[in-house]
Design a protein around this ligand. Sequence first.
Ligand code: URP
Ligand code: ZN
Ligand code: ZN
Length: 485
Amino acid sequence: MSDFDLIVRGGTLATASETFAADIAVRDGRIAALGTDLGTAARVIDAGGLLVLPGGVDAHCHVEQMSSTRIWTADDFHSGSVSAAFGGTTTFLPFAAQHRGQSLREVVKDAEERCAPKAVIDYAFHLIISDPTAQVLGQELPALIADGYTSFKVYMTYDLLKIDDRQMLDVLCVARENGATTMVHAENNEVISWISERLLDRGYGAPKYHAVSHPRIAESEATSRAIQLARLVDARLLIVHVSAPEAAAAILAARNAGLKIYGETCPQYLFLTAEDLDREGMEGAKFCCSPPPRDKAAQDAIWQGLRNGTFQVFSSDHAPYRMDASGKLKHGPNATFKQLANGVPGLELRLPLLFSEGVGKGRLSLNEFVALTATNPAKIYGLHPRKGSLAVGADADLTLWDPTWKRTITYDMLHDNAGYTPYEGMTLTGWPRFVVSRGRVIVEDETLNAERGSGDHIRRAPEIAAPGAREPELDPARNFGADLL
Ligand code: URP
Ligand code: ZN
Ligand code: ZN
């Protein structure tokens, strides 16, 4: 009889704050001991030369989700979770998306019933709220938050999703009162639609005009407005998928003022530019996402934001649509930029991209990498310390990185169903050799060993603690009467 189920021996461990040599012993899916000479185990993995990090937490991905224009993502919860696992992610948070007229309860039930038999990694759901009726705000949402659905996304753009400022204030108040986090897609809808109409009137419909129609000003204006709305009612707000330097600056200023504002960015804003949308024919459609990638200087500003505390979370915003009539080209091979499904795939490459180009090139420390990709999202979204940490008692979710493994990306080596990767041809150094989910070795030798449906729904609780404890007493607008609103 062994002492443990699994021992990971001889690796270098890194958390969001420490790097140290130790073995990890696992029993019943949890970390049971950290140290040396831990005893015997049914299985021992030799982690010599490997980095042992908490499994990644991807806090923003669209999987088996229907868009507001009725296009399904290319990945279901099986292919999406398999793809995530190969990339070193052991927990993901897809969306249970409300379309107007739908009950949130039914939306959640549907997402859970689809996900439970398919996911191979653990998961929790964010909600998307597009129809904040009195019933939704007064009854469904508070009840769902109490049941652990403690985060939700709202949109300031997209005709069928957007809510107005008044509705945003209502949503933020419900979040504050019930202990939830609001995520916002911040782009000014009027600016985007005004530019789009003028472009289309003049015959400019190619994919590259998607970037023209979503200017940095639209993103920064909406970001600043959203921050002020959250400030008014003293609510916690996380700005998702930030691409514009001006939006990043607004987030950093808000954080420095002590507001409850958080920021997220994604691989597409570090590695793609608007020039990618200008590729031959419809190739540019592969890179159309909102907000769009910007330019090289903007990439540099986003890298800086990962280092200077602007961004706490690095997510994929995986939104996979195939380049055919089932996805991007639903409106035909010559669809205008306005008709293209928005989004890029990225669940599998999120971590390898940031590891290689961030840690490998000295832009980020290993600990910053862990914080951005696992620990902070786990903390912000109420999954910590069970997820995102290497503590005794935490789930044994581990990714064992070989920092010397060099591979050139081709779509064929990936496991999603998008049919392409925006990062084709990039050579990255540093890839996961082993991925462990609750003590199960689910990826090794580039092979999956996990049953459909073996992922667990991780239940959360309201009143979560945010990282950094920067939440203020200092901002005069914050406390003055906000509790009366
Ligand atoms: O273009 C994007 N990001 N599509 C996915 C939906 C969203 O807004 O996050
Ligand atoms: Zn969005
Ligand atoms: Zn998204």
